[in-house]
Write a protein that binds this ligand. Structure first.
Ligand SMILES: Nc1ncnc2c1ncn2[C@@H]1O[C@H](COP(=O)(O)OP(=O)(O)OP(=O)(O)O)[C@@H](O)[C@H]1O
Length: 958
């Protein structure tokens, strides 16, 4: 199949990733809805806050322009209940001088002629003298806002005095002015009625008008400028957190690594996210402006639509660039909310400082402004304040598109214009975006790999021909020096022969057309690092995960890599797929070297990988996964759909094609991962434990798929299932401790490394199926006869026995006697009551265990590892791991002049490490063993002395 490359491939990958981003957003509706419509909620909040603040200051004209003040006429004495502080029942006013009928009539007129409201008689209380009023006010305060004191001096002179509570009172934001709200209306009423009484004209017109000064708004207040920065920052934070979380999830789940393995261009990756997020914030910014206009904010109505829209668009775009950059420093998607919260809190405070005037005024040097403007929320706060000042009153013109580069109206400092802010937001966006790509390259990825700090200065980076140079370890860690690997000659003849073949082909420069992968001395050492923390240094030593691998993987064959955990299988695969850089050696895949970046990009086009982990997005369906990876691989766009459907059918997922992968079972996920590895007809397929978690039926089905896939390509398989290896593999290599320990077909490995043959003898008259393996050992004469026959001819005893059968393990060294032996046994079948004899090789599992144990012993010996053994006598002996016979120094006595020894039994634990499973009783050390070093034991712990079993046995035999 012809795969796309170059620009068409980049465009195809971009399209596929854009579709993936769209589907992820579409399926995560809640998050997308919040990104698009959270502005409605926040603008509504701003609207409510604006209303609350306006109503609080409604009694004052401080925030308004008053150019044509209206006169206040007919001031009315308010009801006492309107006063904030009066207690009920209350009086509208009290008065003194009730001894005079004239004054009584004046007061009656005050009550009757009160503008807009007649004062009831029970709301007024009269006293004789002002002293009586004082005494009453003192004894029962807060019942009345004020008092009038009349004195009738003579027929033409009436004087009066006024007493009020002059303390201004604030209640729920309302300020009660004692002068205008009580004193002046009372005073006008008293003077009006005294005048009417004295001149004898009850309808005499007495109108007093009050008018405030004409003035501009003393204080300018814009709710958008005051609370807007915080709220608009909050709106942008939704997109910010979702973006960080999406990027980190793809990193954390190694989805990005998987896509890179399949040949994804980094540029397609970044551009697809940027484009998708660009569209989202374009729509979100449009909604912000529309909602602002809907709520009739002067800010949105009087400034030009394009000016306000562009501000919100550039600000949110900037925040997305900022999120891209920060995502390189975060490794867990769960941290994205915390990061978002911290940015919001920091932004809240810096915006507050910005609104106080720092640093956008002449009094601060330019340098402060440059630094301050790097943080996008600060630019937003300043821009909102400029736009709000430009529309602070209905008369202000706002900022039009053509005047965006001029000083904003009402901006007296004019150190920055809206146009400057656009330029800053655009420039810093590019800065964040470039830094995001830079940090993405230099900060170690999930496999601990990164590029050098100045990778972009190397011409090879731009031409793509500079080698696949990557480094390992954190940028702030000092690498320990990597100890060189000594050249170890394999001790297994097959491994040695394979290595020699590869070496010779390398020397002669022979390119065998039948070889798919040639691994030449591949070595991998994970470097030790020293991480300098705040209080301590954490050191890890270098680890040789691969110690020189020489092997060929032929075409049309499945090579199975087996080995215990930590053997180096995944490291081998990671080196072949370019996930981790090699320390030494090389590998040629169809002639392309994994050490060259050109080679690697060619290799990525011809390999398919099923990693140990599932490379799946929970929100995408099986079909969407296959279409995505087909496009990443560069399959012709017209064939993507049909190839995906065919692959789904192959792994029996057609029924679940449209189901989201998140709801797949573990086995279905693995099958989909296998299908992804096989997509695009790769020439080399690497399957790292592909059948983990599958039920036996599905596993067999996947085996069929793998078996069919062998044709025309090479397959490398790692597995922990010996049955799988036995059935599928053409050749098997068992690795342990970073080295290939044996290689060959399954039969060869069994015959070379198994304990021998297994003979299974079943007897007549017993029902095999119903016999429990642990049935009481019923020893019939037949059993005894067969046992003796085996003992006599082969010198072996049964490994397992019960009523139905006997099982013997026959060592290889007795192989020569077998033909004659089994011939004779068959002749005497009736005599021995034998129903059936089965002979087979030992299992691959046994081979695996033997190799693993041998490797474990080797490494324990090399490292000088010790295990503690507590004897029945209470002595604790330090035993070298794997040692069988151990002498105990310091146990010499008259009875045992050479001391005592024990035989130690070993087994492998879950991790494959050797541990002591038991030991024999303490027995005297035979005289043939050389004298142990004499020791005066001070503590109960002693260092055991290894006794050579050969010498011990041979001497014993003697
Ligand atoms: N990034 C790393 N840094 C340091 N050591 C590592 C790193 N990756 C792997 N190792 C070590 O290298 C050794 C080989 O690991 P590898 O994953 O290749 O083993 P494996 O054979 O695939 O094991 P398994 O069967 O468990 O998958 C292990 O001891 C492991 O701890």
């Amino acid at each position: 199949m012809n795969l796309q490359k170059g620009l068409p491939l980049l465009i195809q990958q971009f399209g596929a990733l854009f579709k993936k981003n769209f589907l992820l957003s579409w399926r995560n509706k809640r998050a997308t809805f919040l990104q698009l419509f959270s502005s409605l909620f926040f603008i509504f909040l701003i609207f409510c806050i604006g209303k609350a603040i306006r109503s609080r200051f409604s009694s004052s004209t401080e925030y308004e322009n008053v150019f044509d003040p209206k006169p206040l006429v007919s001031l009315s004495i308010p009801p006492c209940e309107d006063k904030f502080y009066t207690k009920l029942p209350c009086f509208d006013f009290v008065w003194s001088g009730n001894g005079s009928a004239k004054i009584q009539s004046i007061v009656n007129r005050i009550m009757t002629n009160n503008p807009g409201r007649r004062i009831p008689s029970d709301k007024v209380k009269s006293f004789s003298t002002s002293d009586e009023v004082d005494a009453w006010l003192d004894s029962d305060p807060m019942r009345c806002p004020g008092a009038l004191h009349f004195v009738e001096t003579n027929a033409t002179v009436i004087s009066y005095g006024l007493q009020t509570n002059s303390t201004p009172v604030l209640k729920r934001g309302h300020y009660e002015d004692p002068t205008f709200k009580f004193q002046i209306p009372l005073q006008i009423a008293a003077e009006r009625e005294i005048a009417r009484s004295l001149i004898g004209e009850p309808n005499f017109n007495w109108a007093v008008r009050f008018k405030e000064f004409a003035h501009p708004a003393i204080e300018e207040f814009s709710v958008v400028a005051t609370v807007g920065p915080t709220f608009f920052l909050a709106i942008a934070m939704f997109g910010f957190v979702f973006q960080i979380s999406s990027l980190i999830t793809e990193k954390e789940l190694k989805l990005r690594q998987a896509m890179t393995m399949m040949g994804l261009y980094d540029s397609a990756y970044w551009l697809s996210w940027l484009t998708w997020e660009g569209i989202i914030i374009l729509v979100a910014s449009l909604f912000i402006v529309l909602f602002g206009m809907m709520f009739q904010f002067d800010f949105f109505l009087n400034n030009s639509f394009s000016v306000v829209f562009l501000l919100f668009f550039l600000f949110q775009l900037n925040m997305i660039g900022f999120a891209f950059m920060l995502s390189s420093f975060i490794s867990k998607s769960s941290s994205s909310t915390i990061v978002g919260f911290c940015i919001f809190i920091i932004g809240f405070f810096t915006q507050l400082v910005t609104l106080f005037g720092f640093p956008y005024s002449d009094s601060f040097p330019n340098f402060y402004r440059i630094i301050w403007s790097l943080f996008p929320p600060n630019l937003l706060a300043k821009a909102l304040s400029l736009l709000a000042d430009a529309t602070s009153t209905p008369q202000d013109p706002g900022i039009s598109w053509s005047r965006r580069a001029d000083c904003a109206p009402n901006d007296l400092d004019c150190v920055i214009t809206i146009n400057d802010i656009y330029i800053w937001l655009t420039a810093t966006f590019f800065l964040w975006f470039l830094l995001a790509i830079y940090f993405d390259n230099i900060i170690p990825n999930s496999s601990g790999v990164r590029k050098s700090l100045f990778y972009f200065l190397k011409p090879g980076y731009w031409t793509g021909r500079g080698g696949n140079k990557v480094e390992e370890g954190g940028i702030c860690s000092c690498m320990g020096s990597i100890p060189s690997l000594e050249d170890i000659t394999p001790d297994d003849e097959d491994v040695l022969e394979e290595a020699n073949t590869v070496k010779q082909q390398r020397r002669e420069g022979v390119a065998d057309p039948n070889i798919a992968v040639q691994i030449c001395g591949l070595a991998k050492t994970y470097p030790g690092t020293t991480n300098i923390g705040c209080c301590k240094c954490k050191k890890t030593s270098p680890y040789h995960a691969l110690k020189g691998l020489w092997v060929n993987f032929p075409k049309n064959q499945l090579f199975c890599l087996l080995g215990p955990n930590g053997a180096g299988k995944t490291t081998t695969i990671n080196c072949l797929t370019g996930i981790t850089p090699v320390t030494g050696g090389d590998a040629l895949i169809y002639g392309y070297s994994i050490r060259s970046s050109v080679g690697m990009s060619n290799i990525r086009r011809i390999i398919g990988v099923c990693p140990q982990f599932d490379i799946l997005w929970n929100a995408l369906s099986g079909q969407e996964h296959l279409e995505l990876f087909s496009s990443i691989k560069g399959l012709p766009p017209s064939s993507v759909k049909s190839v995906a459907q065919k692959s789904l059918a192959e792994v029996r997922l057609t029924q679940a094609a449209k189901m989201r992968a998140g709801s797949y079972s573990g086995g279905m996920k693995r099958r989909l991962s296998v299908a992804i590895a096989l997509i695009g007809d790769p020439k080399l397929v690497i399957l790292d434990e592909p059948t983990t978690g599958m039920d036996p039926i599905t596993r067999r089905h996947v085996w069929d798929i793998i078996e069919n896939a062998k044709k025309g390509r090479a397959i490398v398989l790692t597995t922990h299932s010996m049955e799988e290896a036995d059935i599928l593999s053409d050749r098997i290599g068992i690795m342990a401790k970073g080295r290939l320990r044996c290689i060959g077909t399954s039969i060869r490995l069994k015959s070379r490394f198994g304990t021998g043959f297994i003979a299974h003898v079943s007897f007549t008259g017993s029902t095999n199926g119903n016999t429990r393996a642990n049935d009481d050992a019923v020893t019939t004469p037949y059993h005894e006869a067969v046992k003796q026959f085996f003992k006599y001819h082969l010198d072996i005893v049964p490994k397992e026995e019960n009523k139905a059968f006997l099982t013997f393990v026959i060592p290889h060294d007795r192989e020569a006697r077998l033909t004659k032996f089994f011939g004779e046994l068959q002749d005497r079948e009736t005599e021995f009551g034998i129903a059936d004899i089965q002979l087979g090789l030992t299992t691959l599992e046994e081979v695996f265990l033997n190799i693993a144990k041998k490797a474990e012993l080797e490494s324990a010996a090399a490292e000088g590892s010790m295990e503690s053994l507590t004897l029945t006598s209470g002595i604790v002996v330090q035993v070298p791991v794997g040692a069988r016979f151990v002498g105990i120094p310091g146990t010499e006595s008259a009875e045992n002049p050479r001391g005592v020894m024990v035989e130690v039994q070993w087994e492998q634990d879950d991790t494959g490490s050797l541990c002591i499973s038991g030991h024999s009783p303490e027995t005297p050390v035979p005289p043939s063993i050389p004298q142990m070093p004499s020791l005066r034991r001070r503590s109960r712990t002693v260092q055991g002395v290894v006794i050579d079993p050969n010498q011990f046995v041979s001497n014993n035999d003697r």
